[in-house]
Design a protein around this ligand. Structure first.
Ligand SMILES: C[S@@+](CC[C@H](N)C(=O)[O-])C[C@H]1O[C@@H](n2cnc3c(N)ncnc32)[C@H](O)[C@@H]1O
Length: 330
């Protein structure tokens, strides 16, 4: 039964985020009637939502009809360093719910479900139909990378590197952190146009702008940047092996001799520790026919694209750096 109430749990947490409940409660407990006025909700229905949330450890009852923060619920504030709010709002996106509720279909066909429902791929949908949903996605991705970026830069070897490209680099958190730590490096964030529109101000016209290029393009067509290090953070898992190999071949065609490619992803592992990635893998299948990969899967993928896996380095934030060298470059 606990498995089956997963969607009600997600629904309650998403509702808390959409109503910005965490911002409406300060250091003192707030009576539910006052809370309802602040967030624009029905007092009785809000009381029932708060009661459900308290069972999850989000907020706590104080007296009969007042609620206060717990450490967990404080993390839902819009200014909380964890930036969970953006991630929860993404979880609440209608397209994601639809995919989860129809998972049997891509499992039957082995094909992505998103284009079946929306008639186009996710990023075209963001660009052409729902730019706001695209912004929610980009902000959530940045929130996730901000927490992982320190450990990535700690683990990433940039010895001898002069130029780094982050393919599908979104708002540029990883490039920003690399450039901050390595004053001799220049960086490129390569992504589709709308994602670059929200790139970090520091990269766009701030302190790091003289060492940064923001290049818009479609990595499935080409990655027209010559560099000695190419990063793909949470990007290759969006495509099946054929699609991912095509992108890697595009990189090899532009890369400087001896260039390195580093895929930054959580790897598929056996057993209960692999739960998160195993579930993410199904989401990737449903969204775009992509997949999460094991180390062996990456070795085969790289080989298919004319690269050779050279090492795998763990980071302290769950991501692994799966590194390859370009064998058949230009
Ligand atoms: C899952 S997000 C990861 C973003 C970022 N690397 C991070 O770790 O936060 C995937 C990124 O790939 C970008 N993307 C999607 N399709 C692309 C394409 N055809 N060419 C280049 N970038 C693309 C998206 O805009 C998005 O920024």
């Amino acid at each position: 039964m606990q498995f089956l109430t997963g969607k009600e749990i997600s629904g309650a947490v998403v509702a808390a985020a959409e109503l910005r409940l965490a911002d409406a409660i300060g250091d003192e407990p707030v009576p539910v009637e006052e809370l309802a006025t602040k967030v624009g909700a029905d007092p009785d229905a809000l009381f029932r939502l708060m009661r459900a949330l308290t069972t999850l450890g989000l907020f706590r009852a104080s007296g009969e009809r007042s609620f206060a923060h717990t450490e967990l619920s404080a993390g839902l504030r819009s200014d909380a360093p964890e930036r969970l709010l953006d991630m929860i709002l993404l979880e609440g996106a209608e397209w994601g719910w639809k995919l989860s509720s129809r998972l049997a279909e891509p499992v039957r066909t082995g094909k992505p479900l998103f284009p079946e429902i929306y008639g186009k791929d996710l990023f075209s949908y963001f660009m052409e139909d729902e730019p706001e949903a695209g912004q929610v996605f980009d902000r959530a991705m940045t929130a996730i990378s901000e927490s992982a970026v320190g450990p990535i830069v700690d683990a990433l070897d940039v010895t001898g590197v002069r130029k780094v490209v982050d393919v599908g680099g979104g708002q540029g958190s990883v490039v920003r952190a690399i450039l901050q730590r390595n004053p001799g490096l220049s960086g490129v964030v390569f992504d589709i146009e709308p994602a670059l529109g929200d790139a970090h101000a520091e990269l766009r016209d701030g302190e790091l702008s003289s060492r940064t290029e923001l290049i818009a393009g479609d990595c499935r067509e080409s990655v027209p940047v010559t560099a000695d290090l190419y990063l793909f953070r949470h990007v290759l898992h969006m495509w099946d092996d054929e699609g991912a190999a095509r992108i890697l071949r595009n990189v090899a065609a532009s890369a400087a001799p001896g260039a390195r490619v580093v895929a930054i992803e959580q790897l598929v592992t056996e057993g209960p520790d692999g739960q998160y990635v195993a579930l993410l893998d199904l989401h990737m299948l449903a969204v775009g026919g992509g997949r999460a990969r094991s180390e062996l899967d990456f070795a085969r993928l790289f080989e298919k694209a004319g690269l050779r896996l050279t090492r795998v380095t763990p980071t302290s934030a769950g991501d692994q750096l799966v590194e390859a060298e370009v064998v058949d470059g230009r």
